[in-house]
Design a protein around this ligand. Structure first.
Ligand code: TZP
Ligand code: MG
Length: 212
């Protein structure tokens, strides 16, 4: 699937650890139905409620749902799993598998995203060919990632946007009240976990993301 910055507008990131046990598929299906523009499969080792076999099966299933909906299915961190399910994309952090290796291995067949939390990381990433988009440092404190980098705020986001021609998606503690401010910084959209995963109005939240 060819990358377009519009895919970052309403980007849902989620793993089984982010929802009540047994609800993962239901929540992701609801988000897809509501119109998310991308989905990231981020099912994390210790907190995951899925066994490795169930994880691969779930990835395959959700991969199929995204394909039906015409949105990219992006795997967090795990290049092997991304290849196994023929994912549309892979997203890695600074401490995951080296971005140069990821680009060399799957860059010609997959969308490649890289988390860049500060100026230094954006400048370094700019020199590496084959990265499609950056995920920002956390905008606000987040309860969804234990080892999150220091918060950068909307001002920090705006700074990062000014350092690159590549699209940046904002992440970290984003609420509905932030959505239009995020877009005003020049970022391509917002990536959220809890805003959707913990919502009792997934339709309303996704509409707000699309309209921001
Ligand atoms: N990377 C930086 S913050 C974060 C990730 C994966 C968690 C975002 O979750 P939430 O619930 O939208 O703050
Ligand atoms: Mg990671």
């Amino acid at each position: 699937m060819k990358f377009k910055p519009e895919m970052l507008k309403a980007y849902f990131v989620c793993g089984s650890q982010d929802v009540p046990e047994g609800q993962y598929e239901t929540v992701v299906n609801a988000a897809i139905k509501a119109g998310i523009t991308a989905f990231q499969f981020r099912d994390k080792g210790n907190d995951s409620t899925l066994s490795p076999i169930d994880r691969a099966a779930m990835a395959m299933k959700l991969r199929g749902r995204c394909a039906e909906a015409g949105i990219p299915f992006i795997v967090d961190d795990n290049v092997e799993l991304a290849k196994q399910v023929n994912a549309d994309g892979i997203h890695v952090g600074q401490s995951d598998e080296k971005i140069q290796r990821v680009v060399a291995e799957v860059g010609d067949q997959m969308i490649v995203g890289l988390s860049c939390s500060n100026e230094e990381e954006v400048r370094a990433a700019n020199t590496i060919e084959g990265i499609d988009y950056y995920g920002s440092g956390p905008i606000h404190p987040t309860g969804s990632k234990a080892d999150a980098d220091p918060v950068i705020g909307l001002d920090g986001l705006k700074q990062l946007v000014g350092l690159t021609n590549r699209p940046i998606v904002a992440i970290g503690g984003i609420t509905v009240a932030d959505l239009s401010s995020v877009i005003k910084t020049g970022a391509a959209g917002s990536a959220v976990i809890s805003l959707i995963a913990q919502s009792d109005d997934i339709d309303g939240v996704v509409k707000a993301m699309l309209q921001a």
